[in-house]
Design a protein around this ligand. Structure first.
Ligand code: FAD
Length: 409
């Protein structure tokens, strides 16, 4: 049987995927009086053993819109600056910003947080009665009068708008495009979380740090529990031949791949089993973020490699801008199609820039020794490194946008 629901406006908004973007959108729409419903394939909202770095361009909205600033401050680590190091000898190449500087310039904190904690906070912000678990969307029938979502358990739901917030493996993106356009980025990685007592020689444990070297890098940052979350990245020769994007790793292969790196690097990565190897995939920019009644958000719209740590942050920016566009469209009576087009117009250039620079960042971090690496080091060590490379991402305020053409006031 097909079930249905309505919002304040009478419009039925279905969100597919209760990840970071989908939950943020649902929380913001509900806060503003609409009643979207979220359909999530997982049986429970839990992402164990992984964390996320949230920068000011997103934490400002979690604090000022969703009202979870205090919970975040309690659970997350407030990162103290961003440091670039040589991965082999450990020397500091560039020290960009400090906690105080960052708050002053970007207007909100830079946090490292457990994903499970963040999801719980977002779930609470959404409130009761909107989240449907064990609902894997397998197909959307996009009709003239409504869309029908089909789930793996045989259930169906009718909606007027369908938001595809279903992540990097998005089913809805495939519905919209008609094919799977995932591209292997040429890098694979290992992830881990280690306790402070396992990294006694780590310098600057409160900072987010990049350790750079030919063909690879280590990125790590503190999370609220006092632990360090790390992502270790290596160039991968040739295409990704495995069927799955996550494959079992051989014991200590990550340590072997970083032979000869600084003792603090090897101490950190050696403390975690890193039992899985992750292929890093991304997707090319889309021409159209909506088709029929479907609109994409977050990784589904613009999956990117994690070298700027921006995927989740951009999903949060998307969610706030889409909520604003939908509410404005409702209040001004301009219609859902105009609202969704405006959302794309406001977001597409920004995320395209972040996608491209994230991809290019791997090349810069992985330079072989030589003049190009020396020139990079000089640029990262210069006083204007923040303004040149990071300010435009972290200081961006996604809801401060030009008025729509023809708006009064
Ligand atoms: P997701 O958070 O992936 O949520 C998608 C949801 O949809 C999931 O809950 C999934 O179960 C559900 N779903 C999928 N298919 C269906 C379906 N058919 N039906 C119903 N539900 C479905 N980003 C950062 O900003 N900072 C970082 O530090 C960072 N580190 C990263 C490290 C690594 C190794 C990787 C791979 C990524 C990292 N990212 C980081 C990126 C970040 O994880 C993603 O960009 C972010 O989670 C995207 O949010 P989303 O809401 O679009 O999708």
């Amino acid at each position: 049987m097909t079930s249905s629901f309505t919002t304040r406006s009478g419009t039925r908004i279905a969100i597919v995927g209760a990840g970071i973007g989908g939950l943020t959108l649902a929380a913001e729409l509900r806060r503003r009086g609409l009643n979207p419903q979220i359909y999530e394939q997982a049986a429970e909202l839990r992402e164990v053993g992984a964390a996320v770095a949230l920068s000011a361009n997103a934490t400002r909205f979690l604090r000022d819109r969703l009202g979870i600033g205090e919970q975040l401050a309690e659970k997350a680590a407030d990162v103290d600056g961003l440091i670039f190091r040589d991965g082999r000898d450990g020397r500091v190449i560039g020290r960009v910003s400090s906690r105080r500087d960052y708050h002053g310039r970007a207007g909100a904190p830079y946090y490292g947080v457990h994903r499970a904690d963040l999801q719980q906070m977002l779930k609470q912000a959404v409130g009761e009665g909107a989240l449907h678990l064990n609902k894997k969307c397998v197909r959307v029938e996009d009709g003239e009068r409504s869309a029908v979502l089909h789930f793996a358990d045989g259930d169906t739901v009718e909606a007027d708008l369908v938001i595809g917030a279903d992540g990097v493996r998005s089913r809805l993106r495939r519905e919209l495009l008609g094919y799977d356009d995932a591209q292997f980025s040429g890098c694979h990685g290992w992830r881990g979380i280690v306790a402070p007592e396992q990294t006694p020689s780590l310098p600057d444990p409160e900072a987010i740090q990049f350790w750079m070297g030919p063909g690879g890098h280590l990125l790590h940052y503190p999370i609220g529990s006092g632990e360090q979350n790390f992502l270790l990245v290596r160039r991968h020769d040739g295409p990704w031949a495995e069927k799955s994007w996550v494959t079992p790793a051989e014991e200590n292969e990550h340590l072997a791949a970083f032979e000869g790196w600084a003792p603090a690097v090897r101490e950190m990565i050696g403390a975690a089993p890193a039992a899985e190897r992750w292929a890093l995939f991304h997707r090319p920019p889309l021409q159209q973020w909506s088709r029929g009644r479907i609109t994409l958000l977050g990784d589904a719209a613009h999956a990117m490699v994690p070298h700027h740590g921006q995927g989740a942050n951009q999903s949060i920016e998307d969610a706030i801008v889409l909520a604003d566009c939908l509410i404005d469209g409702l209040e001004q009576g301009t219609g859902w199609d105009a609202a969704r087009q405006r959302y794309q117009d406001l977001r597409a250039d920004r995320v395209r820039r972040v996608q491209i620079t994230s991809l290019a960042t791997a090349d810069v971090l992985h330079l072989p020794d030589g003049p190009a690496a020396e020139a990079r080091n000089a640029r990262l060590g210069a006083a204007d490194a923040w303004d040149r490379y990071l300010g435009w991402i972290h200081e961006h305020v996604a809801d401060q946008v030009p008025q729509p053409v023809g708006a009064v006031g």
